[in-house]
Write a protein that binds this ligand. Structure first.
Ligand SMILES: Nc1ncnc2c1ncn2[C@@H]1O[C@H](COP(=O)(O)OP(=O)(O)O)[C@@H](O)[C@H]1O
Ligand SMILES: [Mg+2]
Length: 238
């Protein structure tokens, strides 16, 4: 089922239009990757999809609910979690407290939050081992786990992740890819911005190609990966 649908989205900053007429959908369960060069508008897209910037045209719907006009916390409550580029963990706070920040908008009994925390620790055992440690003292890969875990604590329908692998060691990327596949198998819809197209093709079942703020291609990962124009532009093949 299409969990998130984006229709004719146009957005930018002030007078500057960055995204033009962007349309695609994200299935849940499933993983959709967004690829595109630096400055293509990937981060801007995720900002629009989490309500941080207001589109000038077009619609965003989650499970049939129109999100247009909601404030950012309305997007969270509706079921969109955003893992921002650079992870933005809270320094001076433990891993566990950072994870709990993800649940700020939920009004549920402590026992339920405890179960959800344990579920995050089951996905990322490393976080369980380090739950009392200052989150930003961990490695980049562990911090990315914590940022994703914090997103999961919001119990989203769709999670947006900006630059999953940027700056991380290959072994850390492998751990994250495996964990996200498991999370998607369990029912979540994921939209992952990934500059490393090889990682994107490995991770995702569907790919959206963004070029200068427009969607130039979208479809099953295997079809996009086999496209000679895509390979030439993003894998540097002749
Ligand atoms: N806060 C901002 N104000 C004005 N322009 C911005 C801002 N953030 C990004 N841009 C511009 O929007 C375009 C797309 O940026 P971005 O969405 O960050 O691309 P990507 O994530 O694909 O690298 C770039 O030209 C960038 O300079
Ligand atoms: Mg970006």
């Amino acid at each position: 089922m299409s969990a998130l649908s984006v229709e004719g989205l146009t957005a930018g900053y002030g007078d500057v239009t960055v995204l033009t007429d962007v349309s695609f959908s994200v299935e849940a369960p499933g993983i959709t990757a967004v690829i595109g060069s630096n400055g293509a508008g990937k981060t801007t897209l995720l900002r629009a999809l989490s309500g941080l910037i207001r589109p000038t045209a077009g619609g965003i719907a989650l499970a049939g609910q129109n999100l247009s006009g909601l404030a950012p916390d309305g997007f969270v409550t509706a079921g969109i979690a955003h893992v921002p580029e650079g992870r933005r963990l809270f320094a001076g706070m433990t891993v566990e407290d950072n994870l709990m920040m993800g649940a700020f908008s939920r009004r549920v009994p402590a026992a339920e939050l405890k179960r959800d925390l344990d579920a995050v620790y089951a996905i990322f055992p490393r976080l369980g081992e380090r739950r009392r440690q200052d989150a930003v003292s961990m490695s980049g890969g562990e911090q990315q786990m914590c940022a994703i875990g914090r997103g999961l604590m919001a119990k989203p329908k769709v999670m947006l992740i900006d630059e999953l692998s940027l700056g991380l060691a290959p072994v850390a990327v492998d751990v994250l890819v495996a964990a996200l596949k498991k999370v998607a198998d369990d029912g979540l819809g994921l939209l992952v911005v990934e500059q490393d197209v090889a990682v994107a093709f490995e991770l995702a079942s569907a790919v959206v190609v963004l070029d200068r703020g427009r969607v130039t291609r979208t479809g099953p990962s295997a079809a996009i990966a086999a496209d000679p124009a895509v390979r030439a532009a993003y894998l540097g093949e002749a």
